[in-house]
Write a protein that binds this ligand. Structure first.
Ligand code: KIV
Ligand code: ZN
Length: 533
């Protein structure tokens, strides 16, 4: 039996959990727990997932590299394609044991043998609900089938893991009889599925304690997440004797899914100091790979692997985390091969913005940071979050504006009308060196109408040489960056460029155009002063 001191200290692994966990620690906690991954079987039963053979091979290799102990590669009886995939996974000669699922039927076990498997996971339902409504079998018939199947697979030299399906809703005396019967048939491992996810952690503790005295082979758990408790129930079972846990990457699986590999592995390390053979630093990569292959996105707020798991926005949190990560991180992102991200939004403080821009080599004054913060809060109030590239673009724009001398041209009024069956029309009023000039123009779109209206109120003829629009990050709500090049007619060589960044294409285009024209006018004015000297 392991002792507390023999186990790995969570703090040494960079995990900072509550001290109260150690108050409920048990000497009976295992030194190591085996991870049985069923991403390719129960995970593939997630509604909407269909993996090709190549996808499955890639996932199997990644799981092997991750360090799981068993890969449940599929359900051989299902189809020719399924058998082909399992055979090819077996042929890879990976480090984990490869297992196939089989009902307690000879043809299912034969299908597993045909896939060259030497490990079968066979199951039959034992709860009253399942036996009466689904199997229409008596408990005796169910027991006979289970025993026959275990004996048949064993006679073919297979490692046999047996599950009473819906074990957690099975009468305890019958569960005991089943466990004893399959053990007499020389089963190697017994798995207890919480098939419909109807257990609570204290109930799982109770059940495992009840089952352990008559279960002499290693006990495994297979928990579904219908109440969001799959990982908690698995950990509860480990406390009192389970030595293997069935998991799926990203918590995939039937309905609400199975216990998530990443949550169980981290939970075992953090709360029990119990390692697995999983290399936690590869979890982030495998999670992304599985999400990409299955096309099931990882929710942003998913525990451990969600994109927000190590993202900090509020000023207080960012300040804390930058000083000492454990203030707001239970474990470091590096532990699972991820990185911390500082998000810029309405809760962001000046300190985080300054720090973040420093990372990009930009040292803004406190005044500039305050201006930038005001802009970010306005954008956030309109539902827009600013990512790194957008923050840098906004900062460059601000620095550029600050460098500029006082403007000669300022926009005082602006409106644009556009829609279906209407010619886009813009109205502007500009203050040009103290004189207000108004005008309106049409265009082929709202931006064209706006730029035409601006140019129409100028005394000089100014032509638009170039207009470039760039969505900084590519999303439909991304900030856009517009750069405009203008030329004053009759002054052939003199061109000027203006740039602006913001969320509204029309307003940003107007701002960039006025900046470019203003520079032309300033240059002309300064050239006049030089000439009169
Ligand atoms: O959830 C379940 O009961 C199963 C069985 C096949 C073990 O997936
Ligand atoms: Zn299941």
């Amino acid at each position: 039996m392991s002792t507390k001191t023999e186990r790995e200290s969570p703090e040494r692994a960079g995990i900072y959990t509550s001290q109260f966990n150690s108050m409920v620690s048990l000497d009976s906690l295992p030194k190591r727990v085996e991870i049985f991954d069923t991403t390719l079987r129960d995970g593939e039963q997630t509604p909407g997932i269909a993996l090709s053979v190549e996808d499955k091979l890639l996932i199997a290799e990644a799981l092997s590299d991750l360090g799981v102990d068993v890969i449940e590669a599929g359900f051989p009886i299902t189809s020719v394609g399924e058998r082909d995939a399992i055979k090819r996974i077996v042929a890879l000669g990976l480090k984990p044991r490869i297992c196939g699922l089989a009902r307690c039927r000879k043809e299912d076990i034969d299908a597993a043998i045909d896939c060259d498997l030497d490990y079968v996971h066979t199951f039959i339902a034992t709860s009253k609900i399942h036996m009466e409504h689904k199997l229409k079998m008596t408990p005796r018939q169910v027991m006979e089938k289970a025993v026959e199947s275990v004996e048949y697979a064993k006679s073919h030299g297979m490692t046999v893991e047996f599950s009473c399906e819906d074990a957690t809703r099975t009468e305890l005396p019958f569960l005991k009889e089943m466990h004893l019967a399959v053990q007499a048939a020389k089963v190697d491992k017994i798995n207890m599925p919480d098939t419909v996810g109807t257990m609570s952690p204290p109930a799982m503790e109770y059940l495992v304690r009840e089952v352990m005295p008559f279960t002499k082979v290693p006990l495994s758990l297979h928990c579904h997440d219908d109440f969001g408790l799959a990982a908690a129930n698995s950990l509860a079972g480990v406390r009192f004797g389970a030595r293997q846990v069935h998991v799926c990457v990203n918590g995939l699986g039937e309905r609400a899914g199975n216990a998530a590999l990443e949550e169980v592995v981290l939970g075992l390390m953090a709360f029990y100091g119990t390692p697995t053979n999983v290399d936690s630093r590869k979890i982030g990569y495998v999670s992304k790979l599985v999400s990409r292959m299955t096309r099931i996105p990882i929710p942003d707020n998913k525990a451990v692997v969600g994109s927000n798991a190590f993202a900090h926005e509020s000023g207080i949190h960012v300040h804390g985390v930058l000083r000492e990560p454990s203030t707001y991180e239970a474990f470091s992102p590096e532990l699972i091969g991820k990185q911390r991200s500082i998000i810029v939004g309405k809760h962001t403080g000046a300190h985080s913005i300054k720090q973040k821009l420093m990372e990009y080599g930009m040292d803004l004054s406190d005044e500039q940071v305050a201006k930038l913060l005001e802009q970010i809060k306005k954008l956030a109030d309109s539902g827009k979050h600013v990512d790194d590239a957008e923050l840098v673009a906004l900062a460059y724009h601000l620095i550029g504006q600050d460098k500029q001398e006082r403007r000669m041209i300022n926009l005082t009024e602006f409106a644009v009308f556009t829609g279906v069956n209407i010619t886009p029309t813009a109205v502007v009023a500009l203050d040009i060196d103290g004189e207000t000039r108004r005008g309106s123009q049409m265009g082929i779109g709202p931006v064209d109408a706006a730029l035409n209206a601006i140019r129409s109120v100028l005394k000089d003829k100014v032509s638009l040489e170039e207009y470039r629009l760039n969505a900084i990050t590519g999303g439909s709500d991304a900030l856009c960056e517009v750069s405009v090049k203008v030329r004053m007619d009759g002054d052939g060589k003199v061109v000027s460029v203006g740039k602006s960044v913001g969320s509204d294409i029309v307003n940003v285009s107007v701002d960039a155009t006025i900046e470019a024209i203003d520079r032309l006018y300033m240059r002309k004015k300064n050239a006049g002063k030089e000439g009169s000297k």
